[in-house]
Design a protein around this ligand. Structure first.
Ligand code: SF4
Length: 318
């Protein structure tokens, strides 16, 4: 979008949009703050390396973390990192311009993973798995070089739910994306501060903030069809059964291993007559299930109502 178009669009923001944008900002801030606190994602003295891809999620993550840093009760530093994978048409100046404008510490890492992936993977095959592995290794190495103590990724609540269903449908596993995890070698801690944020909120926020989005299809890879199918399934449910997504996300935070079937999580063989095992729900097999939704009803209606044209233009570049 040209600068003049941007300015015109900004000027068109109504008072109501501005008011609702503030509400949306507060909600994202609150959600990120809650996730950080619930999982102790950031601690005093941390240096958080924010991985910035140029997509809506990572821009939002950086923006909200920078904002939270201003009023956080602890001190932590932020360094933004972008991996320039040398995809054809990658606009090299977009992120440096943006980051210089913010005046924060950043590093652009240039590694031709695109070339490696194209060389190793036959034409027409999915490239994302190798590409992600290479990217992960480079980001871990960069975190060590920069002295970062946490690596922040921009995955959000909907990514986590999609991953849950992908693993169930195609991998036979009850497994999502953790809000916090440690790398295999134990040297890096990865955090996902957007874990409680809805993709819809992030999308609206990115439109409103006019982040200079870099298209994510520069590598020419086909979108992951399985993920797309799951995404559409969740979006359909969201339209048909409002609240279901929130309830499912609550389920991720409310797991009862004794009522699943994984003997490595719960020792079913230990169950004996006449014994009370602390920490399990006990026998509710004959009780009526309490199906009161567990999720907090967020102030959904307070999102900025952007025009269709604004959202469509955003989706075209994202
Ligand atoms: S879409 Fe392209 S850049 Fe992204 S992970 Fe897949 S291969 Fe890599």
């Amino acid at each position: 979008m040209k600068t003049t178009d941007k300015t015109a669009e900004q000027a068109q923001l109504t008072k109501k949009q501005t008011y609702n944008l503030n509400k949306l900002h507060k909600r994202l801030r609150r959600n990120v703050g809650n996730a950080i606190a619930d999982f102790k994602m950031i601690e005093e003295g941390d240096k958080v390396m924010v991985c910035l891809s140029g997509g809506k999620d990572s821009y939002t993550l950086l923006d909200i973390l920078l904002n939270l840093k201003l009023s956080a009760p602890i001190h932590f530093d932020i360094v933004a990192v972008n991996l320039d994978q040398k995809q054809p048409g990658f606009p090299e100046d977009v992120l440096p311009n943006y980051l210089n404008g913010l005046g924060i510490e950043y590093k652009i890492v240039e590694e031709n993973t695109y070339g490696i992936v194209k060389e190793k993977i036959p034409e027409g095959k999915t490239t994302c798995s190798l590409c992600s592995r290479l990217r992960r290794g480079i980001l871990y190495r960069t975190a060590t070089e920069l002295g970062a103590t946490k690596i922040a990724l921009g995955h959000h609540r909907d990514d986590m739910l999609e991953t849950l269903f992908l693993n169930m449908f195609y991998g036979g596993k009850l497994k999502s994306m953790p809000p916090k995890l440690i790398s295999d070698d134990g040297k890096q801690i990865v955090i996902r501060p957007l874990a409680y944020c809805k993709e819809k909120d992030i999308e609206k926020y990115a439109v409103a903030k006019q982040f200079p989005i870099i298209p994510c299809n520069l590598c020419g890879s086909q979108p992951n069809l399985q993920r797309q199918v799951v995404k559409e399934m969740l979006q359909t449910w969201d339209r048909q059964y409002p609240g279901r997504i929130e309830t499912m996300f609550s389920a991720l935070q409310n797991v009862t291993p004794s009522h699943l079937c994984d003997p490595t999580l719960f020792d079913f063989k230990r169950i004996r007559r006449g014994q009370i095992i602390p920490g399990i729900e006990g026998d509710i097999a004959f009780d009526k299930e309490d199906l009161t939704p567990l999720h907090r009803q967020d102030d959904e209606d307070e999102s900025p109502e952007f025009t269709q044209a604004q959202l469509i233009r955003f989706k075209e570049v994202n």
